[in-house]
Ligand binder design. Structure first.
Ligand code: AHR
Length: 826
C-alpha cells in the first residue's frame, strides 16, 4: 500500500499568493467574437487589408513580410477552415444582395480607420453580416447596435434568421455628408444561435459605413465582457491575469506588434492590426478593458510589453535608437494610464473611459519568448528605465537574464511538451538556486505526444504543478496557455476553455486547475510519501532514420509479421527489384525557422513501417551499411501528434507525420556506437549506456529491438548487444497544505490501477470529510456535445482519522478537504 505522512507541526513555508493565474492572448479568435462579445465580424471593414508593407502570396492566400516571413491570410478570414461551408465574399463576413458594396479607402471615419464600406442599395437591396459563425440571439434579450454612417438612405436594421425571418427590426434614416453616430436597441422574439444582421433599404440609396457594432446588453458586471466566459475564469480561483501575449506582443512586423496607444480610447478610433494567428483585431478588448477584467475578477494585472523586437522565430525586425526609446515611453504611458491619478495626462484618459480611480498594475513582463544578445541589451535598458521610475512594479524577464549578470526579479519559463516530460520534469525546481530569481511558469501545456487536452495529459500537468507547488519558495507564479479557443478556429491546440458563439466548456485540465487553485491553502506542509513507480507506455509505429541518402533496408518485420513502408516523414523510399527499399532524402527548408527543432543534417531520410500503432513489439529489419560514417536511428514508438498550431494548414507538410510533430524512441547508431534516446523533434535525450556495435560493414545486418516493460533489448545479427532502461517516474504524487480550517491533501494517480493510500496525520481531524474527484477514461476529453464528460464530482467520506485509507481511483486527481478538529493543529 502507498502511504503519505503529513507533518502539520512543520509548515514548510507560506504558499505563494499568486501561484495560480491565467494568460489571455487573442489567439483562436479569443477576443472579438469571444470574450469581447462583438457580434458583427469585420465591424471595421479592414479584415481583407494586408498587413502594412507585406506582399501578397498566391492571390489572397498568404503574404510575406519585408524580412521574408510567410503567413497565411485567406483574404483576411485567417484559417481557411473557418470558412468551411460558407460562401466566399470579397469583404469578410459581409454579403450584398441587390446592392453593391466596396471598400472605400479615401472616405474613412477617422485617421485611424483604413476603410469604410460604401453601399449602393437598389430598392429592396440589403447587406448581411454573418457574425462569428452566426449571431447568437436569445429571445427577449437586448442587443445594442451602433454605427457611424454618412449618405442618403432609409434603412431597416434587423436581426433575422438565415432565411430572412425577422426577429427584431428598427428603422433609421441616414441623411448627411458627415459621419454621424446612430444607436438603437433590438430585442429578438426568437432564440437562434445562427442568426444574421441585416441592413435593408426598400427605396434604395447609398451610404458609407465608417464603423459598426452589435453587442449583448447583458455582460459581466455590465462591463462589456461575455458573461459565461468570465464566469468560467472566475471559477478557476485564479489570482492574476497575464495579457496581451504571447507572440502577438511581438508581432511579425513592427506594425503588427501590440501597441499600448492602440488599445485605449473610443474603440472606433483604435487602429486595428493583424495578429500572429492570421486574423485582424479591432482592439476592442484593449488595455483599459483588460484592467477592468482584472478588477472585476479580483486578479492582479500582469502586462507584457514588446521590448523592441518582433517575434524572433518569425524573421524579426529590431527597433533601435529613437524608435526603441518610443517603446520605452509607451511602457511608461501604459503604467501611468493604469496607475496615475485622474488629474494626470493618462489618468484623465482613463477617467474619460469610465474609471477615475487608478487600476492596479502589479507585474510587468519585458518581452515574450525573446532571447540572445538583442534581447539582453534591450531588457537591460527597459529594466533600468522602468525600475527607476516605478520601483513598486514587479518586473519579469522572459529568460534567465541573471546568467548574464543582469538584474532579474522573476524569470518566465515556458514548457510545451509531452505528458511524459511533464511527469518526469516535475522535479527540476528542486535544484534551482534559492538565492536566484523567482520563477514564473508563464506558459505550460502538454502539446505533443498522443495525449493532448485529455484526462491523461491533465493528470500529467497536475503532477507537474503539484511538484511546482512544493517549490513555492522559488516558483511563485504559473499560468496555463493558451486560455481560449473558438471551436471553429483552431490556430493553436489545446486551450483551457473552448467556446462557440453561445456556449463553452473547459478541457479536463480546466477542472484540475480549478481544484488546485481553489484549494491552495495558506501554508505548505511537509509530507513523506511512499509510492510505486512506472514507465511510459509504448504506442507508435516503427521506423528508420538515415543521415545519408541511399541506405538500403529489407525484411522489415513488426511482431513477426512483414511491415511495409507507411510514411515518408522526411524523404521517401525507392523499391529495388530484390525487394530492398532505398531511403531517399528531400530535405525541406520549411523546417528552418522552427525554434527548438534540433539539428537535422542535409541528407536525412526518415520513414516509418507498418500502419498500426503497436502497443508492444518486436521490431526487426536488415540494413546495409557501408561504413561507420553511415549513421542511422532505428526508431520505435514513432507517433505523429496532432497539429499544435496552424502555420499553414493547406500545406500537407503541416498536417501530420512530419518531423515537427513526430516524437519517438530510437536506438541511435552513430560512428558504429549504439545508444538509446527519446527524441522530440530532433532533440535527443539519451539514456542507458553507450556500446561499440559489431556491425559487419558492406553487408546486410539484422537489427532487432524488443520493447519490454520499462526498457528495450537490442539485438544485432541475433546477438543481444545492448539494453536500455528508461528512467522510472512516479505513478502517484501527493501534496498537502493547510489554512486555519482545513488540511488539503491532493493525490494524483496517473496509473491504470486504483491506489490504496494510507494517510497518516499528526493532528486530529473530523471523521467526515469531502473529496473532490476528477477521473474517467484517460483518453477522454470534453466537447460542446459532452461538456461535462470529465468534470469533478464531490464525495463525502466518514473514515477520517489520524491514520486512514483513501482509494485513489485509476487515472484520477483527488482533493481531500480534512477539517481540523479543535485548534490543536492550527
Ligand atoms: O500560447 C501560445 C503561444 O506559445 C504564445 O503566443 C507564445 O508565447 C508561445 O510560443
Amino acid at each position: 500500500m502507498s502511504s503519505i505522512r503529513i507533518i502539520t507541526e512543520q509548515a514548510l513555508f507560506e504558499t505563494a499568493p499568486d501561484f495560480y493565474g491565467l494568460f489571455f492572448e487573442d489567439i483562436n479568435r479569443a477576443g472579438d467574437g469571444g470574450l469581447y462579445p462583438e457580434m458583427l465580424r469585420n465591424r471595421a471593414f479592414e479584415d481583407s487589408i494586408l498587413p502594412e508593407r507585406c506582399k501578397p502570396l498566391d492571390g489572397t492566400y498568404g503574404f510575406v513580410t519585408p524580412e521574408g516571413w510567410r503567413d497565411q491570410f485567406n483574404n483576411g478570414e485567417g484559417l481557411k477552415r473557418w470558412m468551411d461551408g460558407v460562401d466566399e465574399t470579397p469583404i469578410p463576413a459581409w454579403y450584398a444582395r441587390n446592392a453593391r458594396m466596396d471598400l472605400d479607402f479615401n472616405d474613412t471615419l477617422n485617421k485611424n480607420r483604413l476603410a469604410s464600406l460604401n453601399i449602393e442599395f437598389e430598392p429592396g437591396g440589403y447587406v448581411t453580416n454573418i457574425g462569428f459563425r452566426g449571431l447568437s440571439l436569445i429571445q427577449g434579450q437586448y442587443y445594442e447596435f451602433y454605427m457611424f454612417a454618412r449618405g442618403s438612405v432609409s434603412l431597416t436594421v434587423s436581426l433575422e434568421s438565415k432565411d430572412h425571418h425577422v426577429y427584431a427590426s428598427k428603422s433609421l434614416n441616414i441623411a448627411g455628408t458627415d459621419y454621424q453616430r446612430f444607436d438603437l436597441t433590438l430585442c429578438p422574439d426568437h432564440t437562434d444561435p445562427d442568426a444574421r444582421f441585416t441592413l435593408k433599404s426598400s427605396s434604395g440609396g447609398s451610404l458609407n459605413l465608417g464603423f459598426t457594432s452589435l453587442m449583448p446588453r447583458d455582460t459581466y458586471k455590465g462591463h462589456g465582457m461575455r458573461k459565461d466566459l468570465m464566469e468560467m475564469l472566475q471559477n478557476t480561483g485564479s489570482r492574476f491575469l497575464r495579457f496581451p501575449g504571447g507572440c502577438i506582443v511581438e508581432g511579425f512586423t513592427r506594425e503588427t506588434a501590440v501597441r499600448f496607444p492602440h488599445m485605449i480610447g473610443p474603440v472606433w478610433e483604435r487602429p486595428s492590426h493583424n495578429l500572429m494567428w492570421h486574423y485582424r483585431t479591432t482592439n476592442g478588448l484593449g488595455y483599459h478593458e483588460y484592467l477592468q477584467i482584472c478588477e472585476d475578477l479580483g486578479l492582479e494585472p500582469m502586462y507584457v510589453i514588446n521590448c523592441g523586437i518582433t517575434c524572433q522565430g518569425r524573421k524579426p525586425e529590431l527597433f533601435e535608437g529613437d524608435e526603441l526609446e518610443q517603446w520605452i515611453q509607451e511602457a511608461f504611458d501604459a503604467i501611468d494610464y493604469a496607475t496615475a491619478p485622474a488629474d494626470s495626462r493618462w489618468g484623465r484618459l482613463r477617467a474619460q473611459a469610465g474609471h477615475p480611480e487608478p487600476f492596479k498594475l502589479t507585474y510587468l513582463e519585458i518581452g515574450n519568448e525573446n532571447d540572445k544578445d538583442v534581447y539582453f541589451s534591450r531588457y537591460e535598458k527597459f529594466y533600468h528605465a522602468i525600475h527607476k521610475r516605478y520601483p513598486q512594479i514587479k518586473l519579469i524577464s522572459n529568460t534567465h537574464t541573471e546568467n548574464r549578470g543582469l538584474p532579474t526579479q522573476i524569470v518566465d519559463e515556458h514548457l510545451y511538451s509531452t505528458a511524459d516530460t511533464f511527469v518526469t520534469a516535475s522535479n527540476k525546481y528542486r535544484n534551482y538556486d534559492r538565492k536566484g530569481p523567482r520563477i514564473f511558469i508563464g506558459e505550460y501545456a502538454v502539446t505533443s505526444g498522443l495525449d493532448i487536452g485529455n484526462l491523461k495529459s491533465a493528470l500529467a500537468e497536475t503532477m507537474y504543478l503539484m511538484e511546482a507547488e512544493k517549490n513555492q519558495d522559488i516558483v511563485r507564479l504559473t499560468a496555463y496557455a493558451p486560455l481560449f479557443q473558438n471551436v471553429d478556429y483552431t490556430a493553436w491546440y489545446p486551450n483551457l476553455i473552448a467556446f462557440n458563439n453561445h456556449t463553452c466548456f473547459g478541457i479536463p485540465f480546466y477542472h484540475a486547475l480549478s481544484m488546485l487553485a481553489r484549494n491552495h491553502g495558506k501554508s505548505l506542509l511537509r509530507t513523506e510519501a511512499d509510492f510505486r513507480s512506472g514507465y511510459p507506455e509504448p504506442e507508435g509505429l516503427n521506423g528508420l532514420i538515415a543521415y545519408q541518402s541511399g541506405i538500403l533496408v529489407k525484411n522489415v518485420q513488426v511482431n513477426g509479421k512483414a511491415a511495409g513502408f507507411s510514411h515518408g516523414i522526411i524523404g521517401d523510399v525507392h523499391s529495388h527489384e530484390d525487394g530492398a527499399l532505398e531511403l531517399t532524402s528531400d530535405y525541406i527548408d520549411e523546417l528552418e525557422g522552427y525554434p527548438n527543432m534540433g539539428h537535422i543534417p542535409m541528407h536525412t531520410a526518415f520513414v516509418t513501417f507498418g500502419d498500426k500503432e503497436e502497443h508492444s513489439s518486436t521490431y526487426e529489419l536488415e540494413v546495409l551499411l557501408q561504413s561507420p560514417e553511415q549513421d542511422i536511428d532505428i526508431a520505435v514508438w514513432v507517433h505523429s501528434t496532432p497539429m499544435l498550431f496552424s502555420r499553414d494548414e493547406t500545406n500537407p507538410f503541416y498536417t501530420s507525420w512530419n518531423p515537427v510533430y513526430t516524437d519517438r524512441y530510437v536506438w541511435s547508431i552513430k560512428q558504429g556506437i549504439g545508444r538509446f534516446a527519446s527524441v522530440n523533434r530532433f532533440n535527443y535525450s539519451y539514456f542507458g549506456t553507450e556500446c561499440q556495435l559489431p556491425i559487419r560493414y558492406g553487408e546486410y545486418n539484422r537489427f532487432q529491438v524488443i520493447t519490454r516493460h520499462g526498457g528495450f533489448d537490442c539485438y544485432l545479427n541475433g546477438q543481444l548487444v545492448q539494453t536500455a532502461q528508461m528512467v522510472p517516474y512516479p505513478m502517484v504524487a501527493e501534496l498537502a497544505s493547510e489554512d486555519d480550517t482545513f488540511i488539503y491533501v491532493k493525490i494524483v494517480n496517473i496509473g491504470k490501477t486504483e491506489e490504496a493510500v494510507n494517510i497518516c496525520l499528526d493532528c486530529p481531524i473530523d471523521a467526515v470529510y469531502e473529496a473532490e474527484l476528477l477521473t474517467g477514461h484517460p483518453k477522454d476529453t470534453n466537447s460542446l456535445d459532452k461538456p461535462d464528460k470529465i468534470c469533478p464530482v464531490s464525495r463525502t467520506f466518514s473514515n477520517g482519522a489520524g491514520s486512514f485509507t483513501y482509494l485513489a481511483p485509476a487515472y484520477s486527481f483527488s482533493v481531500l478537504k480534512l477539517r481540523k478538529a479543535g485548534s490543536s493543529c492550527i
